[in-house]
Design a protein around this ligand. Structure first.
Ligand code: NDP
Length: 349
């Protein structure tokens, strides 16, 4: 059983060497009535929140997003898997599931809280993204937290990623004007910044897009794209971007604070100086946590599964092959190496 072991707590940017792939053994059988299952992991999801779990913390929390990983044990994260044995009444051998698994080929999960996959006519990897946690985040964040209206002007940062590409497409379906920003993939691929911006405009149908790494003045870039200002900002990066956006928000604008990835690896968070705009412009800024919306998963699927089947929404995934590629894939999120949702393919069904 190959496992991706978390070696020790991390300061600053995570590195591949903070993890190592090791082999151990696991029993593929569980006792009846044990309330446990053994699953074969098919896809592992790389998500930015996993960086939080690499930091040592003394604070008590029940929030799975903030429970630190255990050094010497495998990382944990969302995944798509197949049940190979079950001692739990709700799951049986052969069931496809998505939920919290460990970063290994096979996982023993005690007291599982896993979603069963009832619709396998779409790519199973989608259950790490558009039909999984990032999908719920985009759906709840846009439709509920942003209170959008047709014709409103929407800006999304990290717009080519797992969450951002969906928010932009939901906003287009609602008849909004949509602009996204994204960065480059790798410095060694000089034409990629343009490709990412093309992706936003041509594949996802955004009205406009810019590469934030090429803009010396974010305020000027936003004024160029939004001469009349922004009604809705879907916040994924924080820091300087948030500061520039605050200057460009319209009266009674809304900001869904989904994440602030530019801050996750910093010792000292970057200052945000333009917060007073929230007062004068009566802006509503609201945090959102995907987990709060998991009880609404069925309602979410009713909306988003037809979007997938009818190709009203497209979803770009960046699939790394093999569990050995998992550390590099995870670390790559923090330099923007991924194009679209970062997934690791571990095994075939
Ligand atoms: P992505 O697929 O968008 O991957 C992360 C992307 O962030 C990278 O590809 C990179 O894109 C961008 N990025 C990395 N470092 C920086 C930086 N310093 N400044 C600006 N951009 C940077 O990830 P997700 O879609 O999964 O997540 C997006 C955001 O949503 C994150 O902040 C995440 O924490 C948050 N989130 C929050 C949830 C919640 O429940 N609140 C649930 C899920 C996600 P680029 O090439 O554009 O630089």
């Amino acid at each position: 059983n190959k496992q991706v072991i978390f070696k020790n707590f991390v300061e600053g940017f995570p590195k591949e060497s903070d993890m190592e792939v090791k082999t151990s053994s696991i029993s593929l059988k569980v006792e009846e009535g044990s309330n446990a299952v053994v699953v074969k992991n098919l896809y592992l999801s790389c998500d930015p929140y996993m960086r939080n779990r690499m930091t040592q913390s003394d604070q008590e929390t029940n929030d799975p997003e903030f429970i630190p990983f255990t050094p010497g044990s495998p990382l944990e994260g969302f995944g798509v898997a197949k049940v190979v044995d079950s001692g739990h009444p709700n799951y049986k051998k052969g069931d496809l599931i998505w939920g919290m698994v460990k970063w290994e080929e096979y996982s023993l999960i005690e007291n599982p809280q896993l979603f069963k996959i009832h619709h396998a006519d779409v790519p199973l990897s989608h259950y790490t993204g558009i039909l999984g946690m990032p999908g719920i985040t985009a759906w709840a964040g846009f439709y509920e937290v942003c209170s959008p209206k047709k014709g409103e002007k929407v800006y999304i940062s990290a717009a080519s990623g797992a969450v951002g590409q969906l928010v932009g497409q939901f906003a287009k379906l609602m008849g909004c004007y949509v602009v996204g920003s994204a960065g480059s993939k790798e410095k060694s691929e000089p034409n990629l910044p343009q490709i990412l911006v093309d992706l936003l405009k041509n594949k996802f149908g955004f009205d406009d897009a810019f590469n934030y790494k090429e803009e010396h003045d974010l305020d000027a870039a936003l004024k160029r794209c939004f001469p009349e200002g922004i009604d809705i900002y879907f916040e994924n990066v924080g820091g300087k971007m948030l500061d520039a956006v605050l200057l460009n928000m319209r009266l009674r604008g809304r900001i869904a604070a989904c994440g602030m990835i530019s801050q996750y690896n910093l010792h000292q968070p970057e200052g945000v100086y333009n917060l007073m705009n929230i007062v004068g412009k009566r802006i509503r800024m609201e945090g959102l946590m995907a987990f709060d919306y998991f009880p609404q998963y069925a309602k979410f699927l009713d909306v988003v599964l037809p979007f997938v089947r009818e190709k009203k929404v497209v979803y770009v995934e960046d699939i790394a092959e093999g569990i050995e590629s998992a550390p590099a894939a995870l670390v790559g999120l923090f330099s923007g190496r991924n194009v679209g949702k970062q997934v690791v393919a571990v095994a075939k069904e």
